[in-house]
Design a protein around this ligand. Structure first.
Ligand code: NAP
Length: 312
């Protein structure tokens, strides 16, 4: 049996349950590709799954390889595939209910995989799929954000936020962002029109009404966000489902988005990256064997852009 290096969990818990080990190398079935992974980004969902928070929602079998953001090269194809070929450089946010990308190889459905941006190396390409699809599906699919509208993006300096800011600017929206002071210049350079310091200002007192809010925080940030929306505006959370009653009370709409794989949207994201309209912000690069440290850093909640694991 061929093996590969991988970071797996055999049970739920703290960072200590992550095991860097030799695991069986997967094989592609019909409709699937085997990809040799060059880089895998870390997302908060990785450590939420590791801690068992999503075990009633997602159906995982253990041991499980974590990580659902990948850039690599097609190694082999299962039967019946015509779109991709061996040697293609690809990126993906694969099916989150299957083994992930903290590994040397991954099998993915061809339909979840797109050609990676040509102008980006694998480290930067791996930083785009999960957060990029999240920003796309919240702002454009759920929010129908249009040119000239105003959007409030919370946690704008994070993985989702940095891409949401750029996609909203590309769409022609006026972007307001919340972040701590050390990220304000960085966010202005990324295109943000108004930055609010969540440590010293109450955003609901300094932000004029907006059409769309992207809420990656939940809790008190979500509760205080209703009053910032224009009548008929929409609050979209990726942290916790907003209450329909609260939305009705404020005369606005609400949605919760759980990001789905989407190769067509990834192809659009790749095009924007190649046209230099979308930058992948990578704060930290670590070797695959340091996934534990990467998750500990992510879990502190103050990553600027992404933490990426280098596999090759
Ligand atoms: N539903 C879904 O499908 C989905 C998809 C992707 C992500 N998510 C969730 O969305 C959340 C964000 O994901 P992410 O990848 O962007 O996380 P991340 O990269 O870890 O976000 C870190 C950012 O959060 C900012 N932040 C921390 N506290 C804040 C506050 N009180 N107000 C405003 N900003 C604050 C930090 O900025 P400062 O350093 O300036 O504090 C930091 O830049 C996570 O909980 C993740 O699980 C859900």
């Amino acid at each position: 049996m061929k093996t590969m290096k991988a970071v797996c969990i055999y049970g739920y818990g703290g960072p200590e349950v992550l095991v860097y080990e030799d695991a069986p190398r997967p094989h592609p079935d019909a409709g699937e590709v085997l990809v040799r992974i060059h880089a895998a980004a870390i997302n908060p969902v990785d450590w939420k799954i590791r801690e068992g928070h999503l075990k009633t929602m997602l159906h995982h079998t253990l041991p499980l390889v974590l990580g659902w953001d990948v850039s690599g090269v097609v190694e082999s194809l299962g039967p019946g595939l015509t779109r991709l070929k061996v040697g293609d450089e690809v990126f993906s946010r694969p099916d989150i209910e299957r083994d992930g990308a903290y590994a040397e190889f991954i099998v993915m459905k061809e339909s979840d995989v797109a050609l990676k941006p040509k102008s980006l190396d694998h480290i930067h390409a791996a930083a785009l799929p999960l957060a990029g699809l999240t920003a796309w599906q919240t702002l454009f699919d759920a929010g129908a954000l249009a040119a000239g509208q105003r959007v409030l993006i919370h946690a704008a300096a994070g993985g989702v936020g940095t891409l949401a800011v750029q996609l909203a600017k590309w769409k022609g929206a006026h972007v307001i962002a919340t972040a701590s002071a050390h990220n304000h210049d960085f966010l202005r350079k990324l295109g943000v029109d108004q930055v609010v310091d969540y440590d010293t200002e109450r955003f609901e007192t300094v932000v004029a009404p907006v059409d769309v809010i992207l809420d990656p925080m939940g809790g008190e940030t979500q509760d205080r966000s209703w009053q910032v929306l224009k009548p008929g505006g929409i609050l979209i959370s990726i942290a916790s489902p907003p209450a329909a009653e609260a939305a009705a009370k404020h005369g606005v709409r609400q949605a919760f988005v759980f990001t789905q794989p989407n190769a067509a949207q990834l192809a659009e994201i790749a095009q924007l990256a190649d046209a230099q309209k979308l930058k992948a912000i990578v704060q930290t690069v670590l070797p695959l064997s340091d996934a534990t440290r990467g998750q500990e850093l992510s879990q502190r909640g103050h990553t600027r852009g992404k933490i990426v694991l280098r596999v090759i």
